[in-house]
Design a protein around this ligand. Structure first.
Ligand code: GCB
Length: 496
């Protein structure tokens, strides 16, 4: 709706529904995402509230629903606030409202609440599984089966309702971008049954290398926002995910950085099926109030909701804790808190953050970065816009990098803007031409050849995307034009 284009504030959603109530069954309302704050009302009573626009939540409604004539109302508010993630200014569109699927979920009284099943980080024949029931009850029987691997294992819960096992598996085909093999996994209890598709792979860092299935890997990544530019709207369906991911496939990528917030589950699951590794992050973008304890608690909650949703996706390689934050004791404590929250659920993924402090040291004639926080990261990532926000201090093929020595490094953003169809001088940045953009990519690639610990690159960004902060009247007009592909889905000039 054009009149809502720049709207920030409350939007109400309402609907009536009936539900066949079965004694002993429980009912939950599940929301994939609501931006940013919402209150949920059922039959005139507030039954839940949530903050955070990119992660799911649910509210139990077993006792609040009637068999017929229920009235559900959702108050969603997308107003930016200084104490939120993201905060006041960010370079993407502030879509509001209920942006993802909503489900009414039925479960038995005692159900399988959670599971975490994956290949042991270092052992390629050991599957580790942890299954949690919805009640802390001991001695309940659970069966875990992976038919294709001939696994059928009986387990019993402890007093916390948790059952754990490490199983030896034979002839496992490991998941990789080249061969994204998934196995059917069935978890059953006396009253409940869950069927999943799970892939198994090992992922770790050793010295300056990232190993996938015990082989060093170079990450050929790109990023996209959760947006279909042609429709000027949020991506929300499997078809949308297919559009975005197919273009990344055509480019030859083996990884996607989901910028700059957790994206919908269709995208995550399809990416895994199509053979992309994933980097997922929360919107701790520039401008976060690190001094605010309330903001810290919100971020902690957000990262846990992200990890809880996607921890069983073997494609998930990186949890990103921040993008372009400035060092300070408060920032460091905030990010360490996020890492602890993340690790309280999952200790196996690689922790990263995109830093933007690389600078050219004229005395040393080298690119350097001073941010001691990078020692907390498994893989260091750097956003650096050479040829766009920064002029070349030396010729690209002569540039020397001395950044994050001893750790793997990813260039998580680089690029420049070009308007589709615009031709111009390949040496003049202000031409906004495809020719300049192509030359910029060639120059950056020449520089990358000499970065000793470089283990991945991610051109920013796959598609032109909407941003209210991009107001050059002809070249931008509300769009960030750094896409390799235009807002209409047409590919710009290749760099090589
Ligand atoms: C960045 C940000 C990204 C922006 C990009 C740009 O460093 O991380 O969100 O969109 O630069 O285009 O300036």
């Amino acid at each position: 709706m054009p009149e809502l284009k720049y709207y920030e504030g409350t939007v109400w959603y309402a609907r009536r529904f009936d539900v066949a109530k079965v004694p002993g069954e429980r009912l939950f309302l599940y929301f994939g995402a609501v931006s940013y704050r919402c209150r949920i009302y059922l039959n005139g009573q507030e039954i839940g509230r949530h903050e955070g626009g990119f992660t799911p939540f649910q509210v139990e409604v077993t006792n609040a629903v009637k068999a017929s004539g229920n009235f559900l109302a959702v108050e969603a508010n997308n107003t930016r606030t200084t104490d939120a993630m993201p905060a006041m200014a960010f370079d993407w569109w502030n879509y509001g409202g209920i942006t993802r699927d909503v489900f009414l979920v039925k479960t038995p009284a005692l159900f399988i609440e959670d599971y975490f099943i994956q290949l042991n980080k270092y052992k390629n024949d050991q599957v580790d599984a942890r299954i949690l029931l919805s009640e802390k009850s001991a001695n309940k029987n659970i069966e875990l089966s992976i038919p294709e691997l001939n696994v059928k294992q009986g387990l019993t819960t402890d007093e916390n309702g948790v059952a754990q096992v490490s199983l030896k598996v034979k002839k496992l085909e490991r998941w990789s971008p080249h061969s994204p093999k998934l196995y059917k996994v069935i978890i059953s209890s006396k009253t409940d049954k869950v069927e999943e598709q799970i892939g198994f792979r090992n992922l770790y860092v050793k010295d300056e290398d990232i190993y996938l299935n015990d082989q060093p890997i170079f990450l050929k990544a790109t990023s996209f926002h959760e947006e279909i530019p042609q429709r000027q709207g949020r991506a929300f369906s499997e078809a949308d995910a297919m559009m975005l991911l197919s273009e990344a496939k055509a480019l030859g990528c083996n990884m996607i950085r989901l910028a700059h917030y957790p994206q919908n589950e269709h995208t995550v699951r399809l990416a895994e099926k199509m053979g992309f590794l994933l980097w997922e992050e929360i919107p701790v973008w520039q401008g976060i109030d690190f001094e605010n304890n309330n903001t810290r608690l919100k971020a902690g909650n957000m990262i846990k909701e992200m990890v809880m949703r996607d921890k069983n996706r073997c494609a998930l390689a990186f949890w990103g804790v921040a993008n372009e934050t400035q060092p300070s004791p408060a920032r460091n404590e905030f990010l360490k808190y996020l890492i602890r929250n993340c690790k309280s659920i999952d200790t196996t993924r690689l922790i990263t953050a995109a830093c933007d402090l690389v600078r050219f040291d004229k005395t040393k004639q080298q690119f350097v970065m001073d941010d001691p926080f990078i020692k907390e990261l498994d893989v260091v990532a750097v956003n650096k816009y050479m040829g766009w926000y920064h002029q070349w201090p030396v010729s690209p093929d002569k540039a020397i990098w001395n950044v994050a020595k001893g750790q793997p490094l990813i260039i998580s953003e680089f690029g420049g803007e070009a308007l589709l169809g615009q031709t111009g001088n390949a040496d003049i940045v202000s031409s906004w031409s495809e020719d300049y953009q192509a030359a910029l990519y060639r120059n950056n690639l020449a520089m990358f050849k000499n970065i000793p610990n470089l283990r991945g690159t991610a051109p920013w960004i796959l598609f032109d995307f909407r941003s209210p902060f991009r107001f050059h009247p002809t070249n931008q007009d509300g769009w960030n034009r750094k896409g390799l592909v235009s807002d209409q889905g047409l590919r710009k000039k290749p760099g090589t």
